[in-house]
Structures are given as C-alpha cells and as structure tokens.
Design a protein around this ligand. Sequence first.
Ligand code: 5CA
Ligand code: ZN
Length: 412
Amino acid sequence: MESWVGHEVPRLPGRSEPLRLFDSARQSVRPSEPDGTATMYVCGITPYDATHLGHAATMITFDLVQRMWRDAGHEVRYVQNVTDIDDPLLERAERDREDWKVLAMRETALFREDMETLRIIPPAHYVGAVESIPDIAEKVLVLLKDGAAYRLDDGTGDVYFDISAAPNFGYESNLSRAEMLEIFPERGGDPDRAGKRDPLDPLLWRGARDDEPSWPGGDLGPGRPGWHIECAVIALGLLGATIDVQGGGNDLLFPHHECSAAHAERLTGVAPFASHYVHAGMIGLDGEKMSKSRGNLVFVSRLRADRVDPMAVRLALLSGHYRADRTWTDDLLTAAEHRLDRWRRAAAATAGPSGSAFLAGVRERLADDLDTPGALRLVDAWAEQTLAGADEDPAAPRLFAETLDALLGIRL
Ligand code: 5CA
Ligand code: ZN
C-alpha cells in the first residue's frame, strides 16, 4: 500500500543522547538501544471512519520516537499497518450500505492527508491486512502444524491460537487472568465461543461465511485473518524476529499486543518480540475516550476544513505527556495557537539566548521518555527571553526554528 509524502527534516548539529522510553512489559523507563538501524512497528488505523485526534496523538508520539532516533544517528525502519479487513469495517459498511473496500480506501486516503499536514514522517512500509493475507495464512498453517493452534470442530473452519503454547503469556500487559478476562470481550475477544480450549484463546483465522468477504487460505481453507496475527506477520516479515519498539495506544496493551507478541515469539522461537512495548495515552472528549463506537470524535480533517493551523493541532497534542490519558478541549487549541504565535515572533528576531544551550535542553527533555511538557517549557522560556530583548546569539533564532522542526515536527 502506498504511504504518504514526507517533508525534509533539518539535520541538527551534534547528536542527541540515547532515547529512554517507558516499556509496558517491564514497567520502567529504559534506554532503547537499537543496534544500528532502529526498528519500529506501530499499529495503524482500522479505516471505517476519519482520523480523530486520538489517532493523531498516537501517530505523533511515534513520530517523535523516530525523530529522536534519527537525531541520535540511527537509521530507522518504520512499519505501520492498516487493518483494511476486520469486523468493525464490515459492520460500518453494512450499516451505511456501502462497499467495505470503498469505505476503507476513502478513509485511508483521508488518513494519509491528515498525516501529511501534521508533518508525520511516513513509514518506510505502509501495509494493509488484505495484501498480507497469503503470508498470514501461511503462518497460521505453521502454528497449526506446530500444535500451537487448533481448528474448531463445528464446521466453521475457525482457527484459534492456544495460549498455553505461549509460556510467558501476560508478560507484556502485566495483567492478572481476572483482568484479562474482563478486558478481552471489550476489545474484540470472544471468551464464550464454544469449543475453545481457553476463553482467552484469540482467533487466528475466521473460516469463510456466505455473507462475508473471504480469501483462499491454501490448506487452511478459505477465510480471513484474525487481528493479532495480522500485526505479528507484517512486523516479522518486514522487520525480523525482534524489533526495538512495538507501538500503539494503550487500548492495545491487551489483548492485541500481548497476543501479537505471543504469535511472533511462537513463530520465531525468539523472545521478547519487542525490546520496548510503548503505549500512548487515550485522548478523550468530555471525560470519555474518543472512539468511533462512542461517536464523540474530533476529526483532524474537520479541523483542517475549518482552517485550523495543523501545527497548532500538533502542538496542542504535544502539550500533554504522551503516556497520560488526557482530554481534548477547545482551550487547548487556543492556547497552542497563542503559543505558536509567540514562537513565530521570537524566531523572526535577529538574535536570542544561546541556541546550542536551547538545543541541548530540548534534546535532554525529549530523551527522557519524550517529556514534551518539559521541552515546551524550554521553548517558551527561549521565546520569552528573545521577545524581551535577549540578543546574545545571532545564530540562535534559526537553530530555534530548526530544532522545533526536526525534533518536535513543528514548522514555524
Ligand atoms: N487497526 C488497529 C490496530 S492494529 C486499531 O486499533 N485501529 S484504530 O483505528 O482503532 O486505532 C489506530 C491507532 O490509534 C491505534 O494505535 C490505537 O491504539 C490508537 N487510538 C485509538 N483511539 C485512540 C484514542 N482515543 N487516543 C489515542 N490513541 C488512540
Ligand atoms: Zn496492530
């Protein structure tokens, strides 16, 4: 699938220190230590509705990871998926009497435009579930032959992963079995499906149904892929058996990332699948998680249509820490617009306080688990001093603007 178009990222003098990130599996902030090329897989959209600010916040979070790695001298291999076949997409298409393929194509195209205007560096590989079906079917067959998966004997052709084949199941989310059982049905799981060995066993392959699209699965029989195996197979195919960061919103902590990791580890025999499991907080509106099913969405494309400066949207989302669940308000956007205005005026000055000290400070804050609130305080301080007449460094305004562009993705 086609990715979106990127922008030139300025190269800054010197290098940032190694990025430290909170790893949900080990529950601590640890250095990410890519071996040369850094690898990242981020769970992308299910394209049945337009990109909302929650998606945008998550994409911006991992965009910062990529920017910090590049600034530390790493090449980055970044893969993102599009879940362009899954139950929610089919349900929405049916509700709206629309062709599911047309719906998916339209929303994916809109997402690309949103990402471009928010200045998100595109992934090297933007991959759909549908185009990955032959690979996924092959890997499901491997799991079946290996005894890590089983077929229900009710004639549906549905295949499930046996979580007892994953001895460390639970290591990624750190949830108790009771917690898993509570969350599983809320996030696409089917604990009550008759014939499963364990209520938590996730679907790997859904056998063809008369009223649903399906694809030939070779020896597996016709059907379509389950959700977690989709991400495991795409990541393994393009990034190898271990990756530096597996990313997404914290709604994917369980079962999605737990099951993807279990599938990948069983397929490769290498654990852990990811050095860091990184989760962005949920963006909510009026105290509720922003979600398509709740219908309380603020769309990026709606703001664009209202001529809102995309850099203000980006800045508003950066003003909170990525891991915190937080609420979107109009005030947040207004504050970001004022802030941007001050920064733009400061960047137009002929001199300001030391540019290199400013750059070092922003790098230091971002390397500490992407502390954007801390970094933005430094930006504000530099701008205030400049607007108050500080004129020690004539090269500083340019470095100020380039730092914001390269590290925060904010073009003044
Ligand atoms: N296609 C799957 C992942 S494989 C999926 O979760 N799609 S999604 O469209 O629901 O979400 C796309 C990405 O945005 C995921 O990383 C998800 O965790 C994140 N996300 C969804 N809702 C929010 C929200 N309210 N706030 C922050 N991030 C969110
Ligand atoms: Zn995923």
